[in-house]
Design a protein around this ligand. Structure first.
Ligand code: FAD
Length: 375
């Protein structure tokens, strides 16, 4: 989104902090926490409110995985770098679990990567071999976890779980110790001598460093980010409650689904079938994609009687290689960013936030997450 001159408050408050974090999703909230731990005075700013973006709309899968299956990641970046990324993801998953426990946020153990066909099963086996060779504990079997749905095989990676993502993000933001400026969309960041001036709708904040954690919305904030991250929509359908059916959340090549403890079915995905329309930042639902989601449930879980109860959309940030990018603006090293989680922010968002803080405060290179790969 953008901000018109009419929308800006007549007298925006003028304040000063050491750091401004833009975006109060899971990444911004955790960044604020890390900065406070380093003794900094932090402003956490959001156009709407904490968890208003993807962090409050996602499926809640916390997976030891990235968008590309592990063997493809190895092909993309080489074994050593892939292993390094996977170790970060493992660390991130454990940290998410410990935060969820700490804040008493509901979580459910387990998630099954499913093979719909024998060819998928062979791919899963390759994935298992690659993960095990790099120290992961993986459970694979030629079994349908739901009994007779027709899935050919399943893989579960140790420690994967489901979380209530909005509650977790809100809890991290609330306990961060940062000053929250909500409903304060930022429309410009400009140098002001030794400082930076962050212009928002209702607050103008003078600071030393700026941390951009706007993920898919980042491209509105600065042209440089437009080269790195692209908004992509994800859509989700929730049904009325049905009898217990899905004992473990499932992920296939194109869909992901779970069943809430109250019996409602939850399904998302299908973007691959609607590519052209889903490369958008528009928060809207489209009937054709939701028909696909409902039909998927009806095909794999036939005879189950449900109505659609709720549908929503969320905006991802995708990078060209589908991995997060951590870096600083080319001519302004005081502005750093961690964007482009490509659908896996629960898996690597915390570690990316940590790398962004280390880049800003210690000048430490973000390693394999570095956005330098796009320049
Ligand atoms: C439908 C869907 C399902 C998903 N499922 C999963 C999943 O199961 N597992 C997983 O790991 N990942 C999943 N993801 C991805 C995951 O949600 C994201 O990777 C993660 O939430 C990114 O967190 P973030 O804090 O970077 O961004 P966000 O949560 O999007 O936060 C960005 C914030 O920035 C604010 N903002 C934007 N522009 C401005 C501005 N100019 N000024 C001030 N504030 C601004 C927004 O209001 C927003 O609150 C899913 C995403 C979607 C859309």
């Amino acid at each position: 989104m953008t901000v018109s001159v009419w929308q800006e408050m007549p007298d925006p408050i003028q304040v000063e902090h050491d750091d401004v974090v833009i975006g109060a999703g899971i990444v911004g909230a955790y960044t604020a926490t890390l900065l406070r731990e380093r003794g900094r005075d932090v402003a956490l700013v959001d156009a709407r409110f904490p968890a208003a973006g993807a962090s409050g709309r996602n499926a809640g899968f916390v997976l030891t995985s990235q968008r590309e299956p592990y063997p493809m990641l190895i092909e993309q970046v080489g074994r050593e770098t892939a292993r390094e990324i996977m170790n970060m993801v493992r660390e991130n998953v454990l940290r998410m679990r410990s935060l969820a426990n700490h804040f008493d946020v509901p979580l459910e153990d387990g998630a099954a990567h499913l093979a719909e066909t024998h060819a998928d099963a062979r791919e899963l086996e390759g994935w298992v071999r690659a993960l095990e060779a790099d120290g992961a504990t993986v459970d694979f079997s030629y079994k349908d976890p739901y009994g007779s749905s027709g899935y050919v095989a399943m893989m579960q990676i140790e420690n994967d779980f489901m979380v209530q993502p909005a509650r977790l993000t809100e809890a991290i933001a609330a306990s961060s110790g940062a000053t929250l400026y909500d409903h304060n969309e930022v429309y410009a960041i400009e140098p002001a001598g030794e400082c930076l001036l962050v212009h928002g709708r209702r607050a103008h904040i003078r600071c030393r460093k700026v941390y951009v954690a706007t993920n898919g919305y980042g491209c509105d904030l600065h042209p440089y980010l437009r080269r790195i991250v692209r908004p992509v929509r994800g859509q989700i359908t929730v049904t009325t409650p049905v009898e217990p059916l899905i004992n473990v959340a499932g992920i296939t090549e194109n869909h992901y689904f779970r069943q809430f403890p109250d019996g409602r079915l939850f399904i998302g995905g299908a973007r691959a079938f609607f590519e052209a329309q889903e490369y958008t930042a528009e928060d809207a639902i489209t009937p054709d994609l939701h028909v696909n989601l409902v039909n998927y449930l009806r095909l794999w879980f036939p005879g189950v009687d449900f109505e659609v109860e709720r549908q929503w959309a969320g905006i991802h940030g995708f990078t060209p290689d589908r991995r997060v990018a951590v870096g600083s603006f080319p001519n302004e090293k005081r502005i750093v960013f961690a964007v482009g989680f490509s659908g896996y922010g629960n898996s690597i968002g915390l570690v990316a936030a940590e790398r962004m803080v280390a880049l800003a405060l210690d000048g430490r290179d973000p390693g394999p997450l570095s956005a330098a790969r796009f320049t």
